[in-house]
Design a protein around this ligand. Structure first.
Ligand SMILES: *[C@@H]1O[C@H](CO)[C@@H](O)[C@H](O)[C@H]1NC(C)=O
Ligand SMILES: *[C@@H]1O[C@H](CO)[C@@H](O)[C@H](O)[C@H]1NC(C)=O
Ligand SMILES: *[C@@H]1O[C@H](CO)[C@@H](O)[C@H](O)[C@H]1NC(C)=O
Ligand SMILES: *[C@@H]1O[C@H](CO)[C@@H](O)[C@H](O)[C@H]1NC(C)=O
Ligand SMILES: [Zn+2]
Length: 492
């Protein structure tokens, strides 16, 4: 009789505090678990948008109410250091891998790989060969391997089969497809029924890069182009609203690089300094990849090293370490870098542009815009500086996906987040690469495990105590010792 009373009082009484303890411990074990798992919420959504060549200061040049709205409702970063060389393909791949170009392998828009004996050009089908891309894995591949889904509207590389995978949903690259069509498809994918909806979207648009090249960024005609991009952003925001996604999706709007004004007076003609027969011209101005013919490296370098005060010639092994542009077989033995605003050509008869990019990534003119809003982001917050490679660990954090090894740091950028990750409180463990929580499989498993262990532990103790109570003497003492604890729990 006494035993049964104890059972009926103690069991629920003792167990409920255990469950409370479990509930308290669970978020400590994984900060993501409460948000994404206990309430059965789907994985947070993230849409990364790149307006090619949208320089950081374009937003202040004409009224850009939609960019401003994103900033007011979210965050803005003033100085975004992208990766060298400041070209389209290297930077788009860095954003989705967190790696410098020398590590992810897309070192330029035009490349030659001596090991493969193959050339890559963003203008030919060569770019569909996975071998160019597989020195890294983009975030959409990682998300999908983690059980998530991704959608891509023409992001460079997103229609290439990389590590055996395309994005879950994607569009074949076609520059003629309108921005509006791309947006509608993405919004459709993001708002599909939960078991089909994409978690991570990437959206690419060719402007204002194209106009920036043709007109030059200083042209007054650029004003209308920039205003037009702001309208496109407004269209995207409206479509998200119509689909009921605006408050759910974390929206990042950025770019790959800026744009510098060129001038026909600032042309460097290589033919004046070195015979064309001595080298192969691999990549275009303003950072020209020069591959000297067999045995001609020193001769070509000697001819170019002091050739023109507006151009620097590097042997590959002399490229400054801060540029992180050396350790890849696809980087040519000689690199020519023009000073800002200068163009390197073989002679003047080639096509000439009024705007270009590719120069040193610390030049202000090369840097892109960065604004973001959504549940993961703080509101009305301006951050001074970031590196574009830090975007990758940030996106992985938002998506609760474990990042692959990368060159970015969540620590550098986590102040953009509305709730800083647990790793932000100073801890001695690995400050450079804060631990990422693999919310999906890990949190529920750990939480359940702790709960089960606690319940089993209690039952074992309880059964022992009850059994032993029938043989008082020695065992009676342990019962007395544990009883106050249980009694206390009862009245918590
Ligand atoms: C590289 O490929 C070209 C054909 O594209 C061929 O002519 C050449 O011999 C190859 N070079 C080497 C070193 O295999
Ligand atoms: C590219 O898109 C345009 C506009 O939608 C279409 O007319 C054209 O057929 C497409 N080209 C290819 C190769 O699919
Ligand atoms: C410039 O180079 C092209 C070949 O790319 C050649 O046909 C042309 O004659 C050259 N022009 C001058 C002025 O040397
Ligand atoms: C960038 O990250 C990769 C992967 O962890 C690593 O192999 C490489 O050495 C890093 N580069 C630098 C400059 O730290
Ligand atoms: Zn670009």
């Amino acid at each position: 009789m006494a035993r049964r009373t104890m059972l009926s009082c103690l069991l629920p009484g003792a167990l409920s505090p255990l469950f409370c303890l479990w509930a308290v411990l669970l978020p400590v074990v994984s900060p993501n678990s409460l948000n994404h798992h206990e309430h059965q919420d789907p994985r947070p959504k993230l849409l990364l948008v790149s307006f090619d060549g949208f320089r950081w200061d374009y937003i202040d040049r004409v009224p850009t109410p939609n960019f401003r709205k994103v900033m007011d409702e979210g965050v803005k970063v003033e100085f975004v250091e992208n990766v060298y060389i400041t070209k389209t393909y290297p930077n788009h791949y860095s954003m989705v891998t967190g790696l410098y170009a020398e590590t992810h392998g897309i070192v330029a828009n035009e490349m030659y790989d001596p090991a493969l004996n193959l050339s890559f050009s963003m203008e030919t089908d060569s770019m569909y060969d996975p071998r160019w891309w597989e020195e890294a894995a983009p975030l959409w591949v990682t998300i999908q391997k983690d059980g998530g889904r991704s959608g891509a509207a023409m992001w460079p590389g997103s229609d290439v089969k990389i590590h055996g995978m395309f994005p879950t949903r994607y569009l074949q690259y076609n520059a003629s497809v309108s921005f509006e069509y791309r947006v509608r498809r993405l919004v459709e994918w993001l708002s599909a029924p939960e078991e089909e909806a994409v978690d991570f979207g990437v959206l690419y648009w060719e402007e204002p890069d194209e106009s920036g090249h043709n007109l030059g960024p200083q042209s007054p005609l650029m004003d209308a182009i920039i205003a037009g991009i702001d309208e496109k952003l407004g269209f995207l925001m409206d479509e998200l609203k119509k689909a009921g996604l605006y408050e759910k999706v974390n929206l990042i709007v950025t770019s790959d690089h800026g744009m510098a004004q060129l001038s026909p007076e600032k042309i460097i003609e290589l033919d004046e300094y070195v015979d064309r027969d001595l080298y192969t011209w691999v990549d275009k101005s303003p950072v020209v990849g020069i591959m000297p013919k067999e045995g001609k490296v020193d001769e070509v370098y000697g001819l170019l090293m002091d050739a023109n005060p507006n151009m620097v010639a590097y042997k590959k092994e002399e490229v400054p370490a801060r540029l992180h542009y050396q350790h890849n077989i696809r980087i040519t033995p000689i690199l020519l870098e023009a000073k800002e605003g200068w163009t390197i050509m073989q002679n003047r008869s080639g096509p000439f542009m009024l705007g270009n990019h590719g120069y040193d990534n610390t030049l202000r003119s090369m840097q892109p815009v960065f604004v973001a809003r959504g549940p993961a982001f703080r509101q009305n917050y301006v951050k001074t500086a970031m590196r574009s490679i830090d975007l990758y660990p940030l996106m992985c954090h938002i998506l609760s996906t474990r990042p692959l090894p990368n060159n970015g740091s969540l620590l550098n950028i986590q102040d953009l987040l509305s709730s800083e990750p647990a790793a932000s409180t100073p801890t001695p463990a690995h400050p450079a690469t804060p631990p990422e929580h693999h919310g999906y499989s890990y949190a529920p498993v750990v939480g359940s495990f702790i709960g089960v262990v606690m319940v089993l532990g209690f039952l074992v103790v309880y059964v022992l105590l009850v059994t032993l109570k029938q043989r008082p003497a020695l065992k009676h003492r342990s019962w007395e010792m544990s009883q106050p604890l249980l009694q206390e729990d009862l009245h918590l």
